[in-house]
Write a protein that binds this ligand. Structure first.
Ligand SMILES: [Zn+2]
Length: 417
């Protein structure tokens, strides 16, 4: 049994947080045994100068786009062709794909992210490498090889059958393996044939596998999808027809959804990854927070790196708050959707997302003493955490009770800002 003396801030429900100063987290077999205000009869590691929050969760991120963050294009389609596709093509090289995976997971840990839902480039070997790197790093990651069989450069284009076969092989090998899982990842309807979408839908159903894709991000994209697949009433209806919706599916963005599409996502219990930084960067539009929240659809926050400019989920919380207009979004909701809300999106809320007895000890320690000295209550702490996140230093990041990143030991090169 290990014990850490610290101060904790954790979500307990959507919009509801608790702050417990001067408390003790006891950890046994990688799980939180108890959070208590009285000292246990064991020696405790002193982190009373830190604020401890749950490990952050990123529900939508592209590993192979790490190095193109901040590269401008006026909109989604131009950005894909100018920056994204060439960048993903780099992962054909084995050394490159290993280096970028190492950088991705180390930088994610340095930003306090303990769980990520990842797209890799469309090469099976690059996806396999990402799994091996994630496994060696000890991180929690749900990873999928991007599937594309049309409307992309030849060096990325997969044969339909080969794309499906490779995805199945990766699923066989990595499904529910330790902290890792596989997620089928057709990029979006523009780069996927009807056959690819339909077969993927059938597979996901028969395997009860996870699936991620992009939906309704950009108005031009939507028009193109409806041109490519005539006779469908909406982008969402198309995905429903091919069996891509369901309670293990996460759709990235969902910005321009019509009321019937929102209803369809709710009825099928499909989740949405809201990626505010990316939506800003590509000027894709404003997420309909109030309508989506009212519908009861499960929503989490994603960085969407590389259209998102940063792996920091604290930054995504701030951007989510900034992008939403006249909404009922609050700092407590932002915190929830980057932690426990994302865990709910992934069906992992019994294991991660908050600091409670019985959950896995995925912890982030933030340097606390100087920074939070003006805070008088939990609302202040939360507010500073989100709005001044660029000034907060992450001291260490832990998964299952093991320290995987420590700022002092890393030379302080991987700061939040
Ligand atoms: Zn994306």
């Amino acid at each position: 049994m290990n014990c850490i003396a610290t101060n904790i801030l954790t979500p307990i429900a959507n919009g509801d947080i608790i702050y417990i100063p001067k408390c003790y987290i006891t950890i046994s077999a990688g799980k939180i045994f108890a959070v208590s205000e009285t000292a246990p009869q064991v020696e405790c590691l002193d982190k009373t100068d830190c604020l401890c929050i749950p490990g952050l969760i990123d529900s939508h991120v592209h590993l192979s786009q790490l190095y193109i963050r901040g590269k401008y294009a006026p909109d989604l389609m131009q950005w894909l062709h100018k920056h994204t596709f060439p960048a993903e093509g780099m992962s054909r090289d084995a050394k490159f794909s290993e280096q970028i995976a190492q950088d991705f997971y180390q930088q994610s840990l340095a930003k306090g992210t303990t769980t990520s839902v990842v797209y890799t480039s469309p090469y099976p070997a690059a996806c396999e490498t990402a799994f091996k790197v994630a496994e060696a790093a000890g991180v929690r990651s749900i990873i999928g090889m991007t599937m594309m069989d049309r409307n992309c450069p030849d060096y990325l284009k997969q044969e339909t059958a080969a794309s499906i076969r490779a995805s199945c092989e990766l699923w066989d090998k990595w499904h529910d393996k330790g902290l890792l899982d596989y997620i089928f990842s057709p990029r979006f309807a523009i780069t996927c044939s009807a056959e690819l979408l339909e077969e993927t839908g059938n597979l996901v159903k028969s395997l009860t596998a996870r699936l991620q894709s992009h939906l309704s991000e950009n108005t031009f994209e939507i028009e193109q999808v409806l041109d490519l697949f005539p006779g469908n009433s909406s982008y969402t209806a198309l995905y429903e027809k091919y069996g891509l919706l369901g309670n293990r599916s996460i759709m990235g963005h969902g910005i321009h959804l019509a009321r019937q599409e929102i209803e369809c996502l709710r009825a099928t219990d499909t989740g949405i990854a809201f990626c505010p930084d990316s939506n800003f960067f590509l000027k894709s539009g404003r997420f309909k927070w109030n309508e989506i929240e009212e519908s009861g659809i499960r929503v989490g926050l994603g960085s969407d790196v590389g259209a998102g400019t940063d792996l920091s989920m604290l930054k995504m919380m701030k951007f989510a708050d900034y992008i939403l207009d006249k909404s009922t979004f609050t700092p407590a909701k932002a915190f929830y959707h980057g932690t426990l809300g994302n865990a709910v999106l992934l069906g992992l809320e019994s294991k991660i997302g908050s600091l409670e007895a019985g959950k896995e000890a995925d912890l982030v320690f933030l340097q606390h003493d100087e920074f939070f000295k003006t805070a008088v209550d939990s609302e202040d702490i939360l507010s500073l955490l989100i709005y001044l996140n660029q000034e907060i230093k992450i001291e260490s990041t832990w998964i299952q009770g093991k320290e995987l990143y420590n700022k002092a030991k890393s030379g302080g090169n991987n700061e939040v800002s």
